[in-house]
Ligand binder design. Sequence first.
Ligand code: SF4
Length: 201
Amino acid sequence: MVKFLKKVKSLRPKGSPKYLLHRHLAQPDKGRSYATVHASSLTHPSGLCPRMYALADVTHTKAPDSWLSTSLKMTFQIGRDQERNIVLWFAEMGRAVCHWRCATILYTTKGGYGTLCADVKKWGLPEDFSPFKEYDITRDDAETDDLALRARTVKEFRAGLVGMPEGICSTAFSQRAQECPLKGVCFGGHHPPKHHWKGTT
Ligand code: SF4
């Protein structure tokens, strides 16, 4: 092992900007508090479990730290920079006012240059390419009913309106349970489910 570590150390390129950036950017990422149910957790492909939040509350469990790779850090930073720039550009236009009833979603291309776009010509602008795309979204509550129910269950548990929610894993060996930091508590038998929220929309 010592030999291996010495070899790895000897291969590190001291003056390489790429190496220095990787060493600087990749780092532990503090776990996000369970106090807030984030929209990104709600829409995560593995599905939000209200029981996990309730168990974290009663056992005072903190979210574990994770590891943020250089590529993820770069992706998040580019996203934040783009968001800030777009807000500033709308502020320059005197239009940095918005509300969540807006149904138009604006996408920006990561590279910035964008693609050939017929719209900008149609609008009489002296351009051929656009880094932006707009999508009109029609509100459909049926699409979000299940997500809203999960978030509401956490809220109602915290308000003392319902008891310990049931979970979403059928067994402790399911794929979803393997990803859950509260798996041990969940299947430990000390917090039986008292609120059956599924199908109560
Ligand atoms: S193990 Fe599954 S059911 Fe239990 S809290 Fe975690 S996600 Fe929910």
